[in-house]
Write a protein that binds this ligand. Structure first.
Ligand SMILES: Cc1cc2nc3c(=O)[nH]c(=O)nc-3n(C[C@H](O)[C@H](O)[C@H](O)COP(=O)(O)O)c2cc1C
Length: 410
């Protein structure tokens, strides 16, 4: 067998072929209309990203319930129509032989207050964050948990009908499914809490229900934390057990990340930057330390996201044989065609803009605003300052939130 590199194709367990080993990581777009439907801007953005060379594009999190958004401009699929717009989105994102996976999520207690002051969670436990951006959650009833599974399944069925190539269940980063996995956020005493088996039940039943609805040939991915990197949170040992179960549940691609809003390891890694030494892979990629153990636990194809920038580190990680796909996020908010250029050799490294944005808390807004610029057919603004990004991003979020229609707030 030849050593895989970023240009090598491969086949998912369900039989679908992927043209190369680079995947655009899921990134929230904030581009929906006031009814949370997809728009022409999704079509433009994903047309660019499809042209940009990734084998797989994973969308930003599409929400299953308009009451509990991660961000006011999320696409939602409930009873809000918008199928034609989704078809156009899917057509644009599958051009150039690209696979387009819809990431499906429920924001849980990480729903911003401006969207809903009373979010839902496994238990009535607020996040330990100093600011007041998130309300105290109420606990979901057992009936509501089952409704969440129905909603995920519905969204996956609509994604398939609209022409998306696959789906990804968002089980990471502290959103609802990740909250159920965490012993800190989930202190339920029914069958959805307590033992790991119970805490993983929402994730597993969701995946199984989607598989039953979508059939054996439809790619299903799960994004999972290698660890929450919190004392008492979802641990790496627990992750190793969950990935074994997900193999039984016929998952096609596991995307490994880490952290949540309380501890944003997905953006900086689980260890402090100062501790990261050694090989190029170790310096760049945040979660590669965990890949070997996960590979030993499961045969499901693995994608690792977080920090990858240079072709050297990407190819070395693939050659080690522990992972199958390289996830890339932030560079593609600006340099949408970096995957094609890395594969052709035109560039050696995707630019790590996050290292230059100051203050660092401006970075998320800076990247989000550049995604919006690409969606509007404009050039990304590489010279935007951190302060400009903070102001413009807040204005954008407030305007989007106040335009939302038909919100059903508790
Ligand atoms: C603007 C932005 C939006 C993001 N939105 C999502 C999202 O909707 N779903 C998700 O799983 N991760 C999301 N992430 C995290 C990325 O998928 C990825 O894990 C993270 O950016 C680390 O990868 P990178 O170092 O290549 O950027 C987002 C990241 C950024 C920068």
């Amino acid at each position: 067998m030849t050593t895989p590199d970023i240009a090598s194709s491969f086949t998912l367990p369900c039989g679908v072929k992927v043209k190369n080993r680079i995947a655009k990581a899921p990134m929230t777009e904030g581009l929906a209309d006031p009814m949370n439907r997809a728009t022409k801007r999704h079509e433009t953005l994903y047309g660019k990203w499809a042209e940009g060379g990734s084998g797989i594009l994973i969308t930003g999190n599409v929400q299953v319930d308009r009451r509990f958004l991660e961000r006011p401009g999320n696409v939602v699929i409930d009873n809000n129509g918008g199928l034609e717009e989704l078809r156009a989105f899917a057509k644009a994102g599958t051009a150039n032989g690209t696979l387009l996976f819809m990431q499906i999520g429920h924001a849980g207690r990480q729903t911003p207050r401006r969207v809903n002051p009373v979010p839902v969670a496994p238990s009535e436990i607020p996040m330990t964050l100093p600011d007041a951006a998130f309300g105290r959650p109420r606990a979901l009833s057992a009936e509501e948990v089952k409704d969440v599974i129905r909603r995920f399944t519905h969204v996956a069925s609509v994604a398939k009908e609209a022409g998306f190539s696959g789906v990804q269940v968002h089980g990471a980063h502290g959103y609802l499914i990740s909250e159920f996995l965490s012993p800190l956020a989930n202190q339920r005493t029914d069958k959805w809490g307590g033992s790991l088996e119970n805490r993983a039940r929402l994730l597993r039943e969701t995946v199984r229900s989607i598989r039953a609805a979508a059939g054996p040939d439809f790619p299903i991915s799960v994004k999972l934390n290698s660890s929450d990197f919190q004392k008492g949170g979802f641990s790496h040992d627990e992750c190793l057990q969950v990935v074994k179960w997900l193999e039984e549940d016929s998952v096609d691609l596991l995307e490994i990340s880490g952290g949540n809003y309380e501890n944003p390891a997905m953006m900086i890694g689980g260890r402090g930057a100062d501790e990261i030494r050694g090989t190029t892979i170790a310096r760049e990629a945040y979660f590669m330390d965990y890949a070997k153990g996960i590979r030993a636990a499961t045969k499901v194809p693995l994608m690792v996201t977080g920090g990858f920038r240079s072709r050297e580190a990407m190819n070395a990680a693939l050659a080690e044989g522990n992972i199958d796909v390289i996830g890339i996020g932030r560079p593609l908010c600006v340099d949408w065609d970096a995957p094609a250029k890395l594969i052709s050799g035109e560039i050696d490294t995707a630019k790590a803009y996050e290292r230059e944005i100051s203050p660092s808390k401006a970075a998320l807004g800076w990247f989000c605003l550049n995604i919006i610029r690409i969606a509007d057919g404009k050039e990304p603004d590489r010279t935007m300052t951190g302060d400009q990004a903070i102001t413009a991003y807040l204005e954008n979020e407030e305007a989007t939130a106040s335009a939302l229609q038909d919100r059903v707030l508790d």
